[in-house]
Write a protein that binds this ligand. Structure first.
Ligand SMILES: [Zn+2]
Length: 370
């Protein structure tokens, strides 16, 4: 194993880039310094490129609960960092995209006043390092938290504070082809059975699951090609489009059309696989998949959902499949979830909305009723 040259250059991006975005929160406080700060550092350890993230509570009075979801505090289960090669080439995230139910209390971790919490993850599990050179890891995911006092008062939906933490670390890596492990997709393990052929929509098979679970998935899956086409035909300068994707422009509408077309072509042209209840599932996950995949994994919570799309677009078996295939075939991301935040994203950042999987999930379902 060759050694890495120096670990260098903590880029001096200070916390001045605190840039808060609305979450499920009701109010925003302008001009305050956020109480949680972050340090990032990376090093090569054997075949891994390991990054450590230290979250520090700088407030000398208040304790905070941090939402672990979407941060390294839950492991590497979302693209909370970006990876840049030689300052000009953004590498693609190759990890999982998870469809989850709203967070419950056990997804929060207490960060006491003046203390820090750390987590380390092997980023080579989700990024491929193509060549030797300088790589820059940037923390990009918004951090969500709530004061301990507020947490104790809340009854159901948490009013989270959301702040944009942006911190970078650069590292020079040598001999990556021989010494750094590559990402590995946890999929297509197990025996594929029950190939199902759907008129005008390719074929689908299952790995695992009970008969009842497979019947539910089959009913939902059978709707997909037909209803993706309905959605594609509704891409126009209408209220429906604007609600979920923001202000209509031909270039953004073209992108939406392309994503939906990729889903139709992906389902028509491939034998797709549903993996039922794989071991990676956690209790509040509905589903997960990868970009550029022919497979969607469905977790125990998924099977409790109703089958068909609802008029207001709330998650069902059908809508979740529609969402997941936009990740797998259309390479969408999860910038935000849920009706309220998805509508806000459309207004504030339509370029993100047209790449946000939940925006497609709502548009797909509601287009059937309009
Ligand atoms: Zn998603």
């Amino acid at each position: 194993m060759k050694l890495v040259r120096n670990i260098i250059l903590v880029l001096g991006l200070s916390m001045t880039l605190w840039n808060h975005v609305q979450a499920e929160m009701s109010s925003i406080t302008e001009g305050v310094e956020w109480p949680i700060s972050l340090n990032v550092s990376c090093q090569k350890l054997g075949a891994a490129v390991a990054c450590s993230f230290d979250f520090i509570n700088k407030n000398d009075k208040e304790d905070y609960y941090i939402l672990k979801r979407g941060t390294p505090l839950e492991g590497l289960l979302s693209p909370f960092i970006s990876l840049n090669y030689k300052g000009n080439y953004q590498l693609q995230y190759k990890g999982i995209h998870v469809h989850r139910n709203p967070p419950e209390r056990d997804e929060f971790i207490l960060l006491r006043s003046g203390k820090s919490i750390s987590a380390s993850v092997a980023i080579n599990n989700v990024f491929e390092f193509p060549k030797d050179g300088l790589y820059t890891v940037t923390y990009i995911s918004p951090l969500q938290y709530i004061s301990k006092t507020s947490m104790e008062l809340e009854s159901s939906e948490y009013q989270l504070i959301q702040s944009q933490v942006k911190k970078s670390f650069s590292i020079y890596l040598e001999d990556v082809a021989a010494s750094v492990s590559k990402p590995f997709k946890e999929e297509n393990k197990g025996r594929l059975i029950d190939l199902l052929s759907i008129e005008g929509c390719g074929s689908a098979g299952f790995i695992g699951g009970s008969i009842k679970q497979k019947i539910g998935i089959t009913k939902a899956h059978t709707q997909l090609c037909k209803h993706y086409r309905v959605a594609k035909n509704k891409i126009d300068n209408t209220q429906l489009y604007e609600t979920w994707f923001g202000e209509y422009t031909p270039s953004r509408a073209k992108l939406v059309t392309e994503v939906i077309l990729k889903c139709i072509e992906g389902l028509e042209g491939n034998a797709v696989t549903y993996r039922i209840n794989p071991s990676m599932c956690r209790y509040n996950w509905n589903a997960f998949t990868y970009a550029n995949s022919n497979s969607v994994s469905l977790c125990p919570a998924y099977h409790h959902r109703d089958i068909y799309c609802k008029r207001h677009g709330s998650p069902t078996k059908e809508s979740i499949l529609a969402h997941e295939w936009t990740h797998a075939f259309g390479w969408t991301r999860d910038f935000v979830y849920g009706e309220k935040r998805t509508k806000e994203l459309a207004k504030k950042d339509p370029w993100k909305a047209v790449m946000n999987a939940d925006s497609y999930e709502y548009f797909y379902c509601i287009s059937q009723y309009q």
